[in-house]
Design a protein. Structure first.
Lengths: 234, 205
């Protein structure tokens, strides 16, 4: 479909290619050249508003050229050993700066684009973090619920709890099993051992049983001793 | 087919063409030189393809396919022409093939029966990078525009994307698409008028 002279002039005006004759023709037709220019600017801005994804690594892999060959990377470091590399990755020793990590990550490419396809395969929402989904699945399958002292942040507390158990058991054996409330005395005995304040609360739950609650602090685990027949702590 | 199977079909590269040396290196058996070309043009090709398909994943895959196809056919590239023009033509062909095969087409939120539009309507974008509300409005406006672009026929969309995104001259667009220059101009003109109609009622507040 051919353009009329007016249409041609308008097109050229939009693209900054118009002669004075074109401009006159467009203006005489009552066309708003500013509006045309703004439309063009808007389209351009919209088209450029999409962030690009990197494609170079994918292309180079598919044409058979590996970005950072691991073999070459190792060969370039003739005096390094596996132990050196391990120590380097652990941040200790006088390790040679072997770029194993860089070589491996370079060889693997940029993983960002992988998740959408993985998400489709595992039936997940691409926006969902896979770790969260796996944790949920594991918890559901094992009927396990996260325990505070098993979280990485509080692993130290497990050691403390074990020590406290031993101390508490030793104390209870030492003072004997009686109906006498032992909380204050136990606290006084255990605190110096742990070098930390210890609250022991004893709950009377019946004539022949008692419950003792040990709390080392806000972030520490709670240890509960239940004695059914007052013949031994459990 | 490998890029190194044959040497180029003759021709001298333009003296100031920075791509010529890389193309020659690839053809001489150094595939790593191709990375330079890929990194030089990946963003432009991605944007051009994205403007056609409007899917980041599809655009990524199609851009990648275009580069690989170009690599595989590099021996056919004639050095006297511009590498990017040739690459862009491949990308357009790959994209058009994809669109033809694609059975699912997005539904337009625009009413095709809408008529009118004398060309006097204004689409205004207010740039306010520090204003979150304005940024949201701008994002919405971009989406509206892209939705409108999406409703264009593929042949008009091709011309529009190459002209607005790449600012290519009519002649180069004609060369890439293999159509007369006059056809480029008429497609571009009608694409813009169509967008002006569609966007007339979508002015940002």
């Amino acid at each position: 479909m051919n353009l009329t002279p007016l249409e041609l002039s308008r097109l050229k005006a939009e693209d900054g290619l118009a002669s004075s004759e074109d401009i006159d023709r467009v203006d005489q037709a009552g066309i708003d050249r500013e509006a045309d220019g703004l439309l063009r600017a808007s389209i351009k801005a919209a088209l450029r508003s999409n962030p690009p994804l990197e494609v170079a690594d994918g292309v180079m892999r598919r044409i058979g050229s590996v970005p950072l060959p691991l073999g070459d990377a190792i060969r370039q470091e003739p005096h390094t050993t596996v132990a050196d590399a391990v120590m380097a990755s652990l941040g200790g020793g006088q390790a040679s700066p072997i770029p194993v990590r860089q070589a491996l990550t370079g060889e693997a490419g940029i993983p960002d684009a992988l998740w959408p396809s993985i998400a489709a395969a595992v039936g997940a929402d691409p926006g969902m973090h896979i770790g969260k989904r796996l944790r949920s699945e594991v918890e559901q399958e094992s009927a396990f619920r996260a325990q505070v002292w098993l979280t990485p942040r509080r692993r130290w507390a497990v050691g403390g709890a074990a020590l406290a158990c031993a101390a508490a058991a030793a104390f209870l054996i030492g003072v004997g099993i009686t109906n006498t409330p032992v909380g204050p005395a136990a606290s006084a005995a255990i605190s110096p051992i742990l070098d930390a304040p210890v609250d022991i609360e004893e709950l009377e739950v019946g004539m022949s049983s008692s419950v003792q609650v040990l709390q080392f602090g806000n972030d520490a685990p709670t240890i509960i001793f239940v004695s059914d027949d007052l013949e031994g702590a459990q | 087919m490998n890029a190194t199977d044959k040497h180029p079909g003759g021709g001298q590269p333009p003296p100031d063409d920075p791509d010529a040396a890389m193309v020659a290196a690839v053809l001489d058996g150094d595939p790593e030189a191709y990375r330079v070309l890929v990194e030089r043009y990946e963003r432009r090709i991605y944007h051009v393809v994205y403007g056609m398909v409007r899917s980041p994943e599809d655009a990524h895959d199609l851009a990648q396919d275009a580069f690989i196809k170009a690599f595989q056919n590099l021996h056919r590239f004639r050095l006297e022409s511009k590498f990017y023009t040739w690459l862009c033509r491949i990308a357009m062909n790959v994209t058009i093939d994809h669109l033809r095969k694609q059975k699912h087409r997005r539904h337009s939120e625009f009413d095709d029966s809408r008529s009118g539009g004398t060309g006097g309507q204004v689409v205004r974008l207010h740039s306010a990078p520090d204003d979150p509300a304005a940024n949201v409005a701008q994002s919405r406006m971009f989406k509206t525009i892209m939705d409108a672009v999406d409703t264009l026929p593929d042949d008009q969309k091709q011309v529009l994307v190459l002209r607005e995104l790449e600012e290519m001259p009519y002649k180069e667009i004609a060369e890439i698409l293999g159509i007369p220059e006059g056809t480029v101009m008429s497609r571009l003109y009608y694409a813009r008028r169509r967008l002006q109609e569609l966007l007339a009622d979508h002015r940002p507040s």
